[in-house]
Design a protein around this ligand. Structure first.
Ligand code: WT7
Length: 650
């Protein structure tokens, strides 16, 4: 059976930056003559203080992995996102801020105002002794100050690392320590969905585990009372009033790190993904404009949080590099009710809207009544990101939000890739529900045989997804551990960047991402390492052992399923189950809370002691027929016991 295909409408094609013929020609140029292609893009899209003479210097060979773009070029990211726009669009809105509570007025921040706020913020950082190359942790709600803080770092050449406000004090402390941050920027509290997360007190708790030299800059946002430690805590807004409204930009090398963003992997603690200044910004700018077919004057809304890479690239850096109007939303899709997204689109006349399949599924479950009556006629392009979108959700989005007329861009990419990798382009690519379709410029996907590691040449095939050559937005290294970078991404399949996803390619050459093939699960579009949840669980005094796997979840895509073996004399009770859930919440954060905990008297292990997750995944999925070979288990009877317990819980 052929998949249903949705060609771009004539209306979209007519005004699009890139049409089908354009895509073909540009793609060809981007992979055949990358130096010319990217050199031109970089000169056109960005302002350089010192022009680069070299474009691409990259190597995927294990042991000597090197990724450098525009290496001898000098630029400043904040200048590119703010200053250079002032002459032509100083009075244009740069950021629309829509607060959590719909009763609180929205804010429109012009490029002129952005320039002043960022400059003042930068001067506050300088006054705290933050210097070029220093690390600054940003642990803030979704408020304009988050963008000011990021751009202030860029302005003075400091490296920011945003920590999602949903992370716990422990997770925050680990990140502060890993990158040896000089400063942490936080707020009193973060309102979300009518509730408040006490960010300042979380930060206080985190800082107990950090060097006492770390300064704490506090944005008074809600006015909630917090503790105050003289000589350590600084009132950012008050300080911003006192410093100069102007701050010179710091010229930076294209390869100087712009930010670090921690992300979970299949092993060990979260990795600090390092992104560059030049290549990253170029890639952010190009993908934001072309994937969403953004045109001057459009209002662009990426509904992600700045704590994730999606927020970095598509709330802050991409749109602002393009002189766009970008919307920052503090709230959640379902509060005060499930019409909030559509209200915001109507209120701010949003033209491009970008969200995650999990949000679509959650809203789909609430019925179309919440969509009806909202004027969504300004919308031109819809996007999704974070996980494979199931055709039901795709169709719901298409029918109810796109009214059957708008292109949907299902964008596959990762924290590591900086920007879109496989995605339709609105005016160029016929879409198929559930497929991320075709590669962006410069991206050379290959499908590899998972065991042999060889490239599969047939168009129609299935295997693991890898990338054959570098693109400007690629991460450069793991903070402080280049060897881990090489080992994680370049050692399983020699000569390729291995993304960790499986995929199939159909007869039209379209890519369909089938999900992670490693021990990473995707919960509501957020990446969670099973090892991380396991180590949180075993850190509890009553837990002897734990194994965590993903299982299909209607709204979240995948849920967290934890098998827990208790210490000898401990009784498994519902109370203890709750205690463990709370424990994981406080160890990592609410997103890591197990959806299901199953008591496991024993775990299926090989004779060498390796847990056989394949079996645990099948049991979690309620799929007992396909357990495969269990004969290599040290004690095959544990499997029967687990199945019996699983069935008992329904
Ligand atoms: C993983 C990366 C990059 C932004 C958000 C997540 C999955 C992401 C898609 C998509 C299928 C997707 C992959 C990927 N993923 N987008 N459109 N279709 N899967 O970033 O936390 O770095 O997670 O998310 O499994 O490897 P991340």
């Amino acid at each position: 059976m052929k998949d249903t295909t949705y060609p771009p409408s004539d209306a979209i094609v007519a005004g699009a930056h890139v049409d089908a013929a354009g895509y073909e020609a540009m793609y060809k140029a981007s992979v055949e003559t990358p130096d010319t292609f990217w050199g031109e893009e970089a000169r056109q899209r960005l302002d350089w203080i010192e022009p680069f003479t070299k474009v691409k210097d990259t190597d995927f060979t294990l042991g000597q992995v090197k990724i450098k773009w525009f290496e001898d070029g000098v630029l400043n990211v904040a200048h590119n996102c703010i200053d250079r726009h002032l002459a032509t669009r100083g009075e244009q809105t740069a950021i629309i801020f829509e607060p959590d509570d719909p009763q609180t007025p929205a804010q429109h921040i012009t490029y002129n105002e952005l320039h002043e706020k960022v400059s003042r913020f930068a001067n506050v950082l300088l006054a705290q002794g933050v210097m070029r190359g220093d690390r600054v942790i940003i642990y803030l709600p979704m408020i304009p100050e988050a963008a000011y803080a990021m751009l202030a770092c860029a302005r003075i050449g400091a490296i920011h690392s945003v920590v999602f406000a949903g992370f716990s004090p422990d997770a925050l402390a680990n990140r502060i320590n890993d990158c040896q941050a000089k400063v942490v920027i936080t707020a009193d509290s973060a309102p979300r969905g009518g509730r408040r997360t006490p960010l300042k007190s979380n930060t206080d708790a985190a800082l107990l585990h950090c060097s006492d030299k770390v300064r704490c800059l506090v944005v008074k946002h809600t006015g909630d009372q917090t503790t105050w430690i003289e000589d350590r805590d600084v009132d950012v807004k008050a300080m911003m009033e006192q410093v100069a409204p102007d701050c010179p930009i710091r010229p930076m090398g294209a390869e100087d790190p712009l930010f670090i963003l921690y992300t979970s992997g299949s092993t060990g603690k979260p990795k600090g993904v390092v992104h560059s200044s030049g290549g990253y910004l170029l890639y952010a700018s190009m993908t934001q404009q072309i994937t969403f077919d953004y045109h001057d004057g459009d209002v662009f809304w990426c509904g992600a949080d700045v704590g994730w890479v999606t927020g970095h690239t598509y709330i802050v850096y991409g749109p602002l590099a393009n002189g766009a109007t970008t919307l920052m939303f503090e709230g959640v899709p379902t509060w005060p009710d499930a019409s909030r997204f559509w209200q915001v689109i109507e209120k701010h006349k949003v033209n491009q809207f970008y969200t995650a399949p999990t949000a679509i599924r959650a809203l789909m479950g609430q019925g179309t009544g919440f969509v009806e009556g909202h004027d969504l006629s300004t919308l031109k392009v819809l996007g999704t990101v974070g996980e494979p979108i199931n055709p039901e959700a795709w169709n719901w989005y298409n029918d109810n939000i796109g009214k059957g007329k708008l292109p949907i861009v299902d964008t596959w990419w990762q924290t590591e890739t900086g920007g879109h990798m496989i995605t339709p382009l609105p005016g160029a690519t016929p879409t198929k529900p559930g497929s991320a379709t075709l590669p962006f410029f410069g991206v050379q996907p290959v499908v590899l045989d998972p065991t042999a590691g060889t490239v599969i040449d047939e168009t129609k095939c299935e295997g693991v997804l890898a990338i054959a050559d570098s693109w400007p937005g690629q991460m450069r290294t793991v903070w402080g551990d280049h060897e881990r970078f090489e080992k994680t991404y370049f050692s399983d399949y020699k000569g390729y960047y291995f993304a960790g996803d499986g995929c199939r390619r159909d007869e039209d050459g379209y890519y369909w991402i089938t999900g992670r093939v490693d021990d990473v699960i995707n919960v509501s579009g957020h990446r969670m390492g099973t090892a991380e949840v396991e180590s949180a669980l075993v850190a509890h005094a009553k837990v002897a052992e734990a194994a965590v796997v993903g299982y299909p979840h209607d709204v979240k895509g995948q849920g967290i399923y934890a098998y827990v073996t208790l210490m000898n004399d401990i009784e498994p009770t519902d109370e203890l189950r709750k205690e463990l859930e709370t424990w994981v919440r406080t160890e990592i954060g609410p997103i890591a809370k197990p959806d299901l905990i199953q008591w496991a008297p024993g775990l299926p292990k090989t004779r060498s002691g390796k847990i056989m997750r394949r079996i645990l995944r099948k049991i979690a999925e309620n799929d007992y027929g396909a357990l495969g070979d269990t004969s290599t288990l040290a004690d095959p009877s544990v499997v029967d016991e687990l199945i019996e317990n699983r069935m008992n819980r329904g």
